[in-house]
Design a protein around this ligand. Sequence first.
Ligand SMILES: Cc1cc2nc3c(=O)[nH]c(=O)nc-3n(C[C@H](O)[C@H](O)[C@H](O)COP(=O)(O)OP(=O)(O)OC[C@H]3O[C@@H](n4cnc5c(N)ncnc54)[C@H](O)[C@@H]3O)c2cc1C
Length: 447
Amino acid sequence: MNEYPYWWDTVPGLRPGSENLELRTGNPANPATPAPSPQPPAPGPRSDVLVIGAGYTGLAAARQLARSGASVLVLERERVGWGASSRNGGQVLTGLRLDPATLVRRYGEVRARQVFGVGERSIARLEALIAEEHIDCEYARTGHVQAAWKPAHFDALRDEQALLARVFGHRVELVSRADQRAEIGTDRYHGVLVDERSGALNPARYVHGLAAAAVRAGACVRTGVAVTRVQRESMEWRVATTDGDVTARNVLVATNGYTTGVTPSLQRCYVPVGSYIIATEPLPPDRAAAILPRGRMAFDSKNYLYYFRVTSDRRLLFGGRAEFAAPRADTTRRAAAILRQGMIDVFPDLAAARIDYAWGGNVAFTRDQLPHAGVLDGMFYAGGYCGHGIAMATHLGEQIARRIAGESPAAEHPLFDDRFSTIPLYDGRPWFLPLVGAYYRFLDLIT
Ligand SMILES: Cc1cc2nc3c(=O)[nH]c(=O)nc-3n(C[C@H](O)[C@H](O)[C@H](O)COP(=O)(O)OP(=O)(O)OC[C@H]3O[C@@H](n4cnc5c(N)ncnc54)[C@H](O)[C@@H]3O)c2cc1C
């Protein structure tokens, strides 16, 4: 079993131990078969904007800023997309982490509509960007199914369908358990909700395509360079890195679930939670086709939810929050065993399927379970996508870039927040995760 993301084997050079893939700018139409590329230019000692982190947030922002004429340096301590952006499930879902009923209850219909609308706009923007930059990342509007784990959950999905239509003008379909085999090849669930507007992509190919687009726009992306300290000095920032000091007029922190004590206030706003995925061997064509006959993305209604999809080479990717702790070798193996049991519970005839890959990554949760972007301690930031970040990170990365460039005022965006507050009694080390995990397991038993 390979203990690294399946996606890394779909982009040449990403497999651990192979020649490190740096930026491929030679063939934007197909990052999977890149032409030999020039090394990115060496950074100047001073840039208009220094971006920390080369995932979707940092790269979408860098591309946008470079296009508006700014000199941009992106520093990534590992390699392009090394964080969640090349590890995720590739599910481009409508909505947000917070369910529509909670959004309305907490914020009222007007604000709930604004926030929900950001999710919709972010998918439209992601689609436009992929088309504009010819990023070959297998993007398709597949739709998604949300599967009811218990009979009562199907009643809740019915309520959600009515609320989505009434408050958000968003249409979804319900399919009862008797008919669900047209959507999902199992009887484990008690009916499903179908949303045609969601999509799917290969996350590693997307992040590498985005990096190439940022470089073409004029940004400099340097990998293997960690930021170790950020300090304000009169009119600019002095940034210490593992490769020497640089200065910048503005700093954008795009480190999300991998934020460290380099930006201590932001670290205390995000809770990094482990999310894990296993991938089977390629399945026989008819077996793979029966899992999700319409090729949709899937997740279920539990708190400790399962999410799954089939890849273009017919593997089942089956993920979940099997462990709350951040990924390490032991947590990944333990999570893989838990997820395999879950997969067999849902699809019993996959008991003999070989597991070829298992991996994990950090999801950044916020106190209110909404993404945020703005200014904190004088630095710009965007993040806290709560596991719902492919389209949202792309969108908020661009939006915060517009703000840095002076193109959009602070009050313009419903998720802009210059008073992002740290979580009480939390120093950035999530000591409470085992308790939270136990609480959610208990909720799944009783609700
Ligand atoms: C297992 C898993 C499954 C997921 N599934 C989905 C899904 O199906 N759909 C969806 O929409 N979202 C999903 N997500 C969430 C999504 O992947 C993230 O929201 C998104 O990738 C965040 O992008 P980002 O650029 O903000 O952060 P990241 O991609 O995590 O990038 C942050 C980068 O910052 C770098 N960094 C940190 N500190 C420093 C430093 N000091 N100096 C230099 N670099 C630094 C890190 O190395 C890292 O590469 C999933 C996440 C995980 C982990």
